[in-house]
Unconditional design. Structure first.
Length: 86
C-alpha cells in the first residue's frame, strides 16, 4: 500500500515540472506579444502626442501599421465615434 502511494507521488512530482514549463513558455510568448504591442503604442503616442482629432487619427494609423508589421492583433481605435457636443 505504501509503495503504491510513494510511486503515485513520484509520478505526480515528475510530471509537474513539465506542466509548469509548458505554461511558462506559453506565458512568456503572451507577455512578449503584449510588450511588443505596448512598444508600438508608445511609439505612436510619441510620434503624435496631441489630442486633436487629426493627431489621434494619425496615431491610430501608425499604431495599426506597427501592429500589422509585427503580426500582432489590432487594438480598438482611440478616435471617438462621435465628437462631443460643446
Amino acid at each position: 500500500m505504501i509503495h503504491r502511494i510513494g510511486i503515485a507521488a513520484l509520478l505526480v512530482s515528475l510530471s509537474l515540472p513539465t506542466a509548469v514549463t509548458a505554461q511558462t513558455a506559453n506565458g512568456k510568448g503572451v507577455i512578449s506579444r503584449w510588450l511588443a504591442s505596448d512598444r508600438c503604442t508608445r511609439a505612436a503616442q510619441k510620434a503624435f502626442p496631441d489630442y486633436t482629432a487629426d493627431a489621434m487619427a494619425k496615431r491610430d494609423d501608425a499604431l495599426k501599421r506597427c501592429l500589422a508589421n509585427q503580426s500582432l492583433p489590432p487594438r480598438a481605435p482611440e478616435l471617438p465615434e462621435s465628437a462631443p457636443k460643446p
